[in-house]
Design a protein around this ligand. Structure first.
Ligand SMILES: Nc1nc2c(c(=O)[nH]1)N=C([C@H](O)[C@H](O)COP(=O)(O)OP(=O)(O)OP(=O)(O)O)CN2
Ligand SMILES: [Zn+2]
Length: 141
């Protein structure tokens, strides 16, 4: 089980939800400067999503934990990341993985009436390497 503390996000929301998940995936970085990462290899990715919002839905959820897992885990677990359409034109680096996960989750959340939003995506690729993606604050109106 994952029981890790993650860097916290400062935000104005009443509710903050965190979802941990783990997935196994393979990738390679197709660039002459990528060294050993040019070779096909695999990782157990450890991912944490931080979601904020002020309104709950009729179930009392900000967003169903299961929906978040399905959106990310079902898409990438036991896959070759390079074959995913998101990585047709960009390398499946930890940074790009974190940004892609943000986009997938935020697109999902935009469909919800209670309007939660993704505040942070944490992606650990190896025991010694991780990336955090936080969206820039949107300018008001
Ligand atoms: N900024 C980034 N640097 C590297 C990435 C990346 O996604 N973003 N990826 C890799 C490789 O894919 C590799 O899987 C991970 O590299 P690294 O952390 O160096 O792996 P090690 O297990 O060898 O780390 P040690 O701390 O030296 O044991 C490379 N760089
Ligand atoms: Zn790698």
């Amino acid at each position: 089980m994952i029981h890790q503390l993650y860097p916290s996000v400062v935000h104005p929301y009443t509710f903050e939800l965190n979802k941990d998940m783990q997935l196994a995936a393979a990738h390679y970085i197709d660039h002459k400067e990528a060294g050993k990462c040019r070779q096909l290899h695999g990782h157990t990715y450890v991912i944490n999503l931080t979601i904020g919002g002020d309104e709950l839905n009729e179930l009392g959820f900000l967003v169903d934990f299961k929906t978040l897992k399905q959106t990310i885990h079902d898409r990438f677990d036991h896959t070759l990341l390079n074959e995913d359409e998101y990585f047709n034109n960009q390398p499946p680096s930890t940074e790009k993985m974190a940004e892609t996960i943000y986009q997938l989750v935020e697109n999902q959340l935009l469909q919800l009436k209670n309007k939660p939003t993704c505040l942070q995506v944490f992606v650990r690729e190896t025991p010694t390497s991780y990336v955090i993606y936080r969206p820039k604050e949107q300018a008001n109106g």
